[in-house]
Design a binder for this molecule. Structure first.
Ligand code: NAD
Length: 300
């Protein structure tokens, strides 16, 4: 008996990397899985039926899965993915918005098409694949569902050469925060993952940063992300919502969310002299806070 017995899960971009590892673990834990994947190149071009291989692997292990090849970047694609689950399994409990691509360039060199493609797959992709699910939850009053969204340190902290990807991934964190409030009534949790794993999207970047890369080592590869996602989707996590979990290098952590650290109140309109006094204080408070958080966040 698995922790996801009889749950129906849609996992986008599940033909490779983090999505594939999650699909395989979900099937082992008893879930019925829609393996969505367009089979795109890392930049989003092209398509291949990689989803079929994952479905075959799940079936060979005695699990239940169905493939879908729609692109998450279109509204119709999101509806087709949802309908694939309904036709195959008659219900949906979990949506994992994982599909992703990269078009890394500094803003100096970025083409409009690089911006648009990243927004379409990542940010609009989350909207496209989540809206059919939340409407279904409302119409059927289905309780205890799960939505998992995929952000990145690029969006939560920042990364050189990724203004497009960082903006989309920060948007996904914002999407999750507001959606968790809308879905609370249905006891549907909405959580965000900030992963770090050696996959085809990151291996070259890791090597360029001088790191030794071995994706078969669990603490480096995408397999380390899957158990965290499965646990958040289990009944143990019924009360856990609106959180960002950072999973990387064999560690799992919880991230801070934007919050006011220190503030001043004035009885009159701010003067430049007043601000000369106060603003350095605010920046200092932020630096102290960052140091404390860095210390607390070290793995134990
Ligand atoms: N690997 C990391 O360290 C890392 C870090 C931060 C965020 N992420 C995010 O995690 C997610 C998974 O990335 P990964 O590293 O496993 O990459 P990956 O390239 O191994 O897998 C991504 C999959 O998404 C599919 N895909 C791409 N565009 C699609 C579309 N329009 N519709 C459907 N499927 C599509 C690809 O075909 C591919 O199989 C992505 O959202 C990525 O941005 C990964």
């Amino acid at each position: 008996m698995g922790v996801l017995n009889n749950k129906v899960a849609i996992i986008t971009g599940a033909g490779r990397g983090i999505g594939m590892e999650t699909a395989l673990l979900f099937a082992k834990e008893g879930a019925k899985v829609v393996v969505n994947d367009l089979g795109a190149n890392p930049d989003g071009s092209g398509h291949e039926k990689v989803a079929d291989e994952v479905v075959a692997e799940i079936k060979a292990l005695g699990g239940e899965a169905v493939a879908n090849y729609d692109s998450v970047d279109s509204y119709e694609g999101g509806i087709n993915i949802f309908n694939t689950a309904m036709e195959a399994f008659g219900a949906v409990d979990i949506v994992i918005n994982n599909a992703g691509i990269l078009r890394d360039k500094t803003l100096f060199n970025m083409e409009e098409s690089d911006w648009d493609a990243i927004m379409a797959v990542h940010l609009k992709g989350h909207f496209n694949c989540t809206q059919p699910f939340v409407r279904y939850i409302r119409e059927t009053n289905r309780l205890n569902c799960r939505i998992i969204n995929m952000s990145s340190v690029s969006g939560l902290i920042g990364n050189f050469g990724q203004t497009n990807y960082g903006a989309a991934k920060a948007g996904i964190a914002g999407f999750s925060r507001s959606l968790s409030m809308e879905m609370a009534k249905y006891k549907c949790t909405v959580n965000t993952i900030s992963p770090g794993a050696a996959t085809r999207l990151t291996i070259d970047l890791m090597k360029a940063a001088g790191r030794e890369v071995n994706p078969d080592d669990w603490s480096q590869g995408p397999q380390q992300i899957a158990p965290i996602i499965a646990w958040i989707c289990s009944d143990e996590a019924n009360e856990i919502t609106n959180q960002i979990f950072h999973v990387s290098s064999g560690t799992v952590g919880i991230m801070q969310q934007p919050a006011v650290i220190k503030s001043f109140k004035s009885e009159e309109l701010w003067s430049m002299d007043q601000l000369n006094q106060l603003m350095p204080d605010l920046v200092e408070a932020k630096k102290t806070h960052d140091k404390e958080v860095e210390e607390k966040g070290k793995p134990s």
